[in-house]
Design a binder for this molecule. Structure first.
Ligand code: TYM
Length: 346
């Protein structure tokens, strides 16, 4: 196996795409919050997948700003760039290089079965879908495999991508010799999927049908509170967790529990005999208390882009030290003629 993580600790890696003006509450509860919890116990790598962001329609001026916003939001949420390796994907060219090698061991049929690709193609139409979108999962596999990652903390929607990554790692190892750690997904059951506030059977996303369905972490806290208060709830009055019968109330309970640390059972007991309105008013307050400092800290960090860029540049250097070792082993095992760079001369 190539470069295993330092100090014998397991390595985790994850990222969130800069495809909107802000991360949303689903990204936070399903992913970023767990990264923050894990970064001390693991050798952690968190990056901003900007190469993935151009697989759908994008605007160049917006992309650079959004990339900095996500960087600022990682830090505001608690990612510590001194503890974790923190960088932008396009700053480490090995991601695109390994992705190409993986494309060449991935079946066309295998890639065609990826549900996220199928969903996005259905929504945007086959003509709007690019080759880049089709190859999205192999780029993601490259992100993970370059760092000999053990665990990938993500939300439920990434499960299939992780399965493909594992298959590709095993396939490569079998054909070319042990090279990659075979990673595992870490999907926390309780927070794996936060639902749309207006359509609580669909996941909260950057592209939901109604803006009222999601909460942006950079949003005016008053608007966030309003969105909670106008969330769609279910028929009946009982405040009880039941995803089938009461998806709206269950989603609010999950959010409440994630932001306060109270268990869903505790919340059910606390709200016994109370109305949906009580739950919403209290959660709206919790939301304001959560969003306000996060938003202020993000704005502070955005006010000093040079410092953010410096942190990202330092992170990219640390990332390249690991990524370049893996890539050179991959190239060597695949039979590419060694170049001076691959021989260690930069
Ligand atoms: P992205 O940018 O769509 O989402 C970032 C993270 O947020 C999680 N997430 C959710 N969790 C719970 N409820 C929701 N409603 C919700 N919406 C999003 C996602 O599961 C994800 O963990 N392909 C990835 C980005 C990526 C990546 C990687 C991740 C690129 N390379 C390598 C891990 C490892 C994505 O689109 O995430």
């Amino acid at each position: 196996m190539t470069s295993s993580p330092s100090h014998g600790r397991k390595r985790i890696l994850s990222g969130a795409k800069p495809t909107a003006d802000s991360l949303h509450l689903g990204n936070y509860i399903g992913a970023v919050r767990n990264w923050v919890d894990m970064q001390s116990a693991y050798d952690a790598v968190f990056f901003i997948p900007d190469l993935h962001a151009i697989t759908v329609d994008f605007d160049p001026a917006e992309l650079s700003n959004r990339t900095r916003v996500v960087a600022a939001q990682y830090i505001a949420a608690g990612i510590d760039p001194d503890k974790s390796i923190f960088f932008v994907q396009s700053h480490v060219p090995e991601h695109a290089q390994l992705a190409w090698a993986l494309n060449c061991i991935t079946g066309f049929g295998e890639a065609s079965r990826m549900t996220q690709f199928k969903d996005k193609t259905q929504k945007a139409g086959a003509d709007a879908a690019t080759l880049g979108l089709f190859a999205y999962p192999t780029l993601m596999a490259a992100d993970i495999l370059l760092y000999q990652t053990d665990l990938v903390p993500v939300g439920e929607d990434q499960r299939q991508h992780l399965e493909l990554t594992r298959n590709l790692a095993q396939r490569f190892n079998t054909r070319f010799g042990e090279t990659f750690t075979v990673p595992e997904a870490t999907i926390l059951k309780e927070s794996a999927k936060i639902y749309d506030l207006q359509n609580p059977t669909a996941k909260m996303s950057k592209t939901g049908e109604s803006p009222n369905g999601s909460i942006q972490l950079l949003e005016d806290p008053k608007i966030a509170a309003k969105r909670i208060k106008s969330a769609v709830t279910d028929t009946g009055t009982e405040i009880r967790f039941d995803l089938e019968q009461k998806p709206g109330v269950s989603n609010l309970l999950t959010i409440y529990s994630s932001l306060t640390g109270k268990s869903v059972a505790e919340l059910e007991a606390e709200y016994q005999g109370k109305m949906y309105g009580h739950l919403k008013v209290d959660l709206a307050e919790v939301m304001v208390d959560f969003i306000t400092p996060l938003r202020n800290r993000t704005n502070e960090l955005m006010a000093d882009p040079a410092e953010l860029d410096r942190l990202l540049a330092r992170g990219a250097e640390r990332a390249r030290e690991i990524a370049s070792v893996t890539l050179s082993q991959v190239y060597e095992r695949m039979g590419f003629l060694p170049s001076l760079r691959l021989a260690g001369v930069r």
